[in-house]
Design a protein around this ligand. Structure first.
Ligand SMILES: [Zn+2]
Length: 310
C-alpha cells in the first residue's frame, strides 16, 4: 500500500486546508504568459479527489467560522476568470465540493486586469521600455523585477495603473484578452455549489493606498455584489495579493466596518487547526497548489504546514 494517502490523513489530523486557485484553463492563453497561476481542470480534479479522502470540504463561511479547522478544507478562486465556470464547474459538480469565487467589480466594465497588463508587457519583452519611461517615478530595490516592483506597497497601485494605461496607449493593442473574466462575458452564474465574495474593486495593493482610497475599494465592491441578488454570497473578504505587506491595520478595520466576517490571506501557509480570535476578524491563510501531480502537491502541503500558525 502506498504511504501517500496516509500522509494526507496525518495532515488532516493536524490542520485545516484553504486552497487558492486562479486560472483553470485546460490550455492557458499565450497572451497571459507563464506568470499566470493556472491549474488545468484535470489536475484540479485529481487534487480535490485525493484530498477529499481525508478532508471534509466545506463552504468558505463554515471554514472561516469553525472553532477548530482540523480535517476541514475549503476551495477559493480569486480574480473571476471565465475559465472557472466554463472549464472547472464540472469538477466541483463531479465531486460535490463547494467553492467561493472572489471577484473585482471594476473588471465588469471590460477593463483588463492591470496585473494582466503587466503580464502582457513582460510577454512582449517591453518591461525595459516601461522602466525607461516611468522607472524614476517608482520605488524599486536593486534587482527587483518589473513584475514585483509594480505591486510593491511603496508604489501606489492607482499611480502604477495610470502609468500602465499611458504606456499601453502607445503600444500595439492587446488582442485576445477580452472574455477572460466572468463579468465581461455574462452575468455571474447562480450555482448551488458556488458563492461569490469580494476581492476589492480594482485589485490594488490596499496598503499602497490611503484610508479613503482603501474604503472606496472595499465599500464599492461590497455594494456592487449587493446588486447581484440572484447568486449566493459570502461576507468573507479576500485581500488582493494576500501577503503580509499587502494590507495594514486600516484594511482590517475598514473591512470589518463594511460588514466583512473574515479575511483571506495567501501567504502559502497550512495553518494549525485551533483558532484564537481575540475579537478580531479571523485571518485565514491559503495555499496555491501548482499544476503538479498529487504526490508533489502533498509533499508541498507538508512542507508548508506550520503547527503554531492559526
Ligand atoms: Zn487576486
Amino acid at each position: 500500500m502506498s504511504a501517500q494517502p496516509l500522509s494526507v490523513h496525518e495532515l488532516a489530523d493536524q490542520c485545516g486546508l484553504a486552497l487558492l486557485y486562479h486560472g483553470t484553463f485546460a490550455s492557458p492563453p499565450a497572451v497571459l504568459g507563464k506568470a499566470l497561476h493556472n491549474v488545468a481542470p484535470e489536475t484540479l480534479f485529481r487534487h480535490l479527489e485525493a484530498l477529499s479522502r481525508s478532508y471534509r470540504f466545506v463552504s468558505v463561511d463554515e471554514y472561516c467560522q469553525a472553532s477548530n479547522r482540523k480535517g476541514l478544507a475549503t476551495v477559493t478562486v480569486d480574480d473571476g476568470y471565465q475559465c472557472v465556470p466554463d472549464e472547472a464547474f464540472r469538477v466541483f459538480e463531479a465531486l460535490q465540493i463547494p467553492l467561493a469565487i472572489f471577484i473585482n467589480g471594476a473588471f465588469m466594465k471590460g477593463t483588463l486586469f492591470w496585473r494582466d497588463q503587466v503580464r502582457v508587457i513582460m510577454e512582449r519583452g517591453r518591461s525595459q521600455a516601461f522602466e525607461t519611461r516611468f522607472g524614476k517615478a517608482l520605488q524599486r530595490d536593486p534587482g527587483q523585477s518589473f513584475y514585483r516592483y509594480t505591486k510593491d506597497p511603496r508604489n501606489s497601485s492607482i499611480r502604477v495603473c495610470e502609468m500602465l494605461d499611458a504606456f499601453l496607449e502607445d503600444e500595439a493593442p492587446i488582442e485576445g484578452c477580452t472574455g477572460f473574466y466572468t463579468q465581461q462575458t455574462q452575468e455571474l452564474i447562480a450555482h448551488p455549489l458556488v458563492c461569490y465574495g469580494s476581492h476589492s474593486l480594482h485589485h490594488y495593493v490596499l496598503s499602497s493606498l490611503n484610508e479613503d482610497e482603501q474604503w472606496r475599494e472595499i465599500d464599492e465592491n461590497r455594494r456592487f455584489l449587493e446588486t447581484l441578488p440572484h447568486v449566493q454570497k459570502t461576507s468573507v473578504f479576500s485581500i488582493p495579493f494576500g501577503g503580509d505587506r499587502d494590507y495594514n491595520d486600516a484594511t482590517v478595520r475598514l473591512a470589518a466596518e463594511a460588514g466583512h466576517s473574515a479575511m483571506l490571506l495567501s501567504r502559502g501557509e497550512v495553518q494549525g487547526g485551533s483558532v484564537h480570535l481575540d475579537g478580531r476578524l479571523p485571518m485565514i491563510d491559503r495555499v496555491m497548489p501548482r499544476d503538479v501531480k498529487v504526490a508533489e502537491l502533498i509533499l508541498d502541503l507538508q512542507a508548508r504546514f506550520n503547527p503554531s500558525g492559526h
